[in-house]
Every structure is written in C-alpha cells, then in structure tokens.
Design a protein around this ligand. Structure first.
Ligand SMILES: Nc1nc2c(ncn2[C@@H]2O[C@H](COP(=O)(O)OP(=O)(O)OP(=O)(O)O)[C@@H](O)[C@H]2O)c(=O)[nH]1
Ligand SMILES: [Zn+2]
Length: 220
C-alpha cells in the first residue's frame, strides 16, 4: 500500500484530496468522497431521467444520494490493517473455526444495483486466531465496493489468509441480485453461491467437507 500524495483531479479551490492505491484492486482512490460533486451528479441524473430536481420531494435527494453512495462504497477507503486493528491473538489449538450467516449488502458493478445475502467463513488456525467481529468487518470492507459475487468471496478469503496465515480458509457467499429480479431476466427465486477455498480447504476434501457440513445444519 502506498499512500501517495497525488492531487485529486476534481478538487475545488485549494482543497487537496489525497489519493491512495488499493493493493487489492491495483486502482487509485480518493481517501474521501467528493460529496459536493456526487451531489451535483445526482441532480443531473434526476434531470436526465426526466425528473425535476427542483420539485419539493426531490430537493434534498441529491444530498441524500451522495451520502448514501459514500456509505455504500466506504470499503474503498478502508484498509485491512485498520479494520483488523489489534484483534489477532495466539491460537490455543488448531480446530476449525466457522463464522456463518454474516449478512452483507453490496452493489453489482454491472448495473449499480444491490445484491445481498450471507457469507460463511471457516479457517483452521496455525498459531493465530482473529477476533470474531473482525470477520464481519472484513466482509463489509469488501462488500461496500462495486463487486461481482465471485470476487467478493476471493477477496474475503485472501484477506483472512493475509492476516492469519492459517492452514487454510474457506469462504462461501450466497446472494440474490436485484439486477436479475427487478429488471433483466426478472427471476425472483434464483440464488447464486460462490466460494473460495485456500490451503487445506482446497487440498483436503475431508476438511472442505467438514466446513460444508457446518453450513448444512440449517442455522444460517
Ligand atoms: N458473474 C457475475 N455476473 C453478475 C454479477 N452480478 C450481475 N451479473 C451479471 O452481469 C451480466 C451483465 O451482462 P450484460 O449482457 O453485459 O448486461 P445486460 O444486458 O444488462 O444483461 P441482463 O442482466 O441479462 O439483462 C448479467 O448476466 C448479470 O446477471 C455477479 O456478481 N457475478
Ligand atoms: Zn447486475
């Protein structure tokens, strides 16, 4: 990660917007959202779709949209080290840990429409364990970006691998995509399952089976 002080292209007046490169994307992002610009774009968007941004009900909409999008994409402005903080602890043993049913909300990068569902995570420690809440924080860090569901699973697995260097990690993501429900093919009941298996979860069928059996017991 290289927090490089380059100038943001859209500054107003003397405001300097710091840009950072995100290692996991190779892309460069501003450390803060330009809310004013986002607001202006939202007002223009309303006009283009045939609405009147000046009508009473829409007066505050561009501001709300800007804030909502800043939140929905806040994962671009988070760093794994900060998200995990100091919550890596010595492991007592090397039994599988499973955190399942972690809900997520993300935006599909093709249509900018929501997809959402649950993430299930398993890992086998190799000397280090992670504070349980941090799994959900890692899920959110990657979900709060424009995504495809396949990449979401891989990024979560790789982040856990990086932080814990465990014997292996398994991540399963179950999601429904509004771009397939409220438009396009308009299918209401399809579910998408994606996964990423690293280390012993990839190499050892028994380990993978043990993990998947935890997901089948119906409590998530
Ligand atoms: N693999 C994958 N595809 C996704 C995801 N989210 C949305 N899509 C798909 O992205 C594809 C984009 O296809 P295009 O043909 O370029 O776009 P489109 O004309 O809007 O496609 P339709 O949705 O079929 O109307 C669609 O098939 C979507 O269902 C995702 O997370 N993973
Ligand atoms: Zn989509």
């Amino acid at each position: 990660m290289s927090p490089g002080p380059q100038s943001g292209g859209q500054e107003r007046g003397s405001m300097e917007r710091k840009m950072v490169e995100l290692e996991d994307t190779g892309l460069t992002f501003a450390t803060e959202v330009d809310l004013e610009r986002l607001q202006a774009l939202a007002a223009e968007w309303l006009q283009v779709i045939g609405e009147d941004p000046g009508r009473e009900g829409l007066l505050k909409t561009p501001e709300r949209v800007a804030k909502a999008w800043a939140f929905l994409t806040r994962g671009y402005r988070q760093r794994l080290e900060e998200v995990v903080g100091g919550a890596v602890f010595p492991a007592e043993g090397s039994e599988m840990v499973v955190v399942k049913g972690v809900e997520f909300y993300s935006m599909c990068e093709h249509h900018l429409l929501p997809f959402f569902g649950k993430v299930h995570i398993g890992y086998i420690p190799d000397g280090k364990i992670l504070g349980l809440s941090k799994f959900a924080r890692i899920v959110d860090m990657f979900a709060r970006r424009l995504q495809v569901q396949e990449r979401l699973a891989v990024q979560i697995a790789e982040a856990i691998q990086e932080v814990l260097e465990p014997q292996g990690v398994g991540v399963v993501v179950e999601g429904v995509h509004l771009c397939m429900m409220m438009r396009g093919v308009e299918k209401q009941h399809s579910r998408t399952v994606t996964s990423a298996m690293l280390g012993v979860f990839r190499e050892n069928q028994k380990t993978r089976e043990e993990f998947l059996s935890h997901l089948r017991d119906g409590t998530a």
